[in-house]
Ligand binder design. Sequence first.
Ligand code: PLP
Length: 374
Amino acid sequence: MNIRLFKPSFGDEELQNIKEAMDRSWVGLGPNVNEFEKQWAKFVGCKIAIGVNSATAALHLALAAFKFPEGSKVLVPSLTFSSTASAALYNRLIPVFVDSDPVTLGMDLNDMKRKYTDDVVAVMPVHFAGHPVPMEELMPWAEEKGLAVIEDCAHTAGAIYKGKVLGTWGDIGCYSFEEKKLMTTGDGGMMVTNQPELFKDVKAMRWVGIDKDNWKTAQAYTDANKDALHWFYELNVLGYKYNMNDLAAAIGLAQLKKLPKFNARRAEIIRMYLDGIKDIDGIEPLVPFEPENYCYQMFGIRAEKRDDLMIYLKSKGIATGCHYTPLSLQPLFKPYAKDCEFIEKEVDTFITLPLHAELTDEELSYILKYLNKF
Ligand SMILES: *Cc1c(COP(=O)(O)O)cnc(C)c1O
């Protein structure tokens, strides 16, 4: 047995879409990206979606969209992937690390309120593993303090929490299509908002500063003589090379159609995991999984003898991981680290177990058998 932790699922539909893009001989930023953006906006129920080449880029541009003064502070969970906090550093902002809620492992809202100071400008909740941060409580507080809210939705895709899709509660939501996520484009990401004015410059920022839909000073002469100036472009903002391309979008369009099926299979697997570990002493589910209500990018447990169990599972050909080393413990972020006592200790019990849409019932029984045996 050799059971992978994560694994993307592809079929003929992806190949067919890629072939069509190649037959069109258009593989850069083009019609597939536009179509994928339109479909994603409809899928999550928001006004605008912008496709980029990663969630890391999405998080960078999401903060950049607000043009915060250099040195302002951003509340970020310690338990997340590097990109959430790197986004603050890219923008010359200061990450302030927030501890995790002991049950959900999302941002501990009490610790978040404790660490708030007058120079905080934004908060970046991460729906950890896919489990929702209580946005109905976070949003009114953020509004009262005048903070921007950027949701890191790398672990969720389409889940509805209290009537609203995760990613549409805050000002901007950022999704990931990296190969380990709920659906993939190889690498890719999407940013969404219901405030179009927030994205006024983002299209140009994701494509080297050029946004042909948004010429400004040129408008006067292009309106007068459109045909003669078809070659014209104009730089108004500092842009990055962050665009999604038509090959990635070709894959994304096929994957989006299958996403409900992927999510349903993941839910089924998580339900079987939960039933299977219920009676094993010394093992608890990582978060209070509700697979019937939300979608989850990862499944995991908290285990007393974590290291021994990981080594044992490895000897049986079962891949495991630990998500994540808290950022407040990372050398890069040491200068900004604020005490996140709970998560820095608790993380030593975490094990991520295999979860992907192609995991078979046989593989799952095999994993459960050895969890039991251990
Ligand atoms: C994967 C991940 C990202 C980054 O996504 P990319 O598309 O790989 O840049 C950001 N935040 C979290 C929580 C992630 O898991």
